[in-house]
Design a protein around this ligand. Sequence first.
Ligand code: ADE
Length: 241
Amino acid sequence: MRIDILTIFPGLFEPVLGTSIPGRARDAGLVSYHTTDIRDFAKDKHHKVDDRPFGGGPGMVMMCQPIFDAVAMVEKHDPDAPVTRILLTPQGIPLTQLIVEDLATKERLLIIAGHYEGIDERVIEELKPIELSIGDYILSGGETAALVLIDAVVRLIPGVLGHDQSADEDSFSPTGAGGERLLDCPHYTRPREWMGREVPDVLIGGDHGKIAAWRDIQRLRRTEQRRPDLLHDESAAPPVR
Ligand code: ADE
């Protein structure tokens, strides 16, 4: 997978994408990351990419032209590969594991990290990106949201996680008997007793059937207690293709 990121803060990405699983995925040749500075496409000598909003109001709005030109340049690389355009914005569809799974199957992602008060609506209409939000709160910019998205997507690319790290039993994976996306079960490691707290006996016994059954019950119980909405979430079902 090739991932392009259009941003006014390209330096934010390498420290994160070069580390841990995103870094290993790149080292293994399973993904490549390419940042493009939107400022490089500004037409004036001050590299201005934003301006005051028509109609007044606080903040600045990112202008159409630098973003549009940056997208056009980036998409010239390997023009035959289909590109999935994504804009990170608090007004987007809430990101879920189901969406992440779908994006992990794509050949190329082009991610636009918005900034300031937003982006001129006309460039969004023209580029028609998938608009995604990582939650109902406001970040200073789309960069950290883009990093969240990339981390979540890259770990699902086949071969990125080793067998012992499989994502199949993670929270929000369809582990329920009816394909419900449940929270993960509790986990324990050595020592067997810590500050008077014991590891559940079933995990010590070595009976894999019993351990799997116990984990299934724990996943369901946790989800009922903490996220009952997940048990009735129609949108979490696999899309009909
Ligand atoms: N930009 C600012 N806040 C955001 C959010 N919650 N999700 C995605 N992009 C954002």
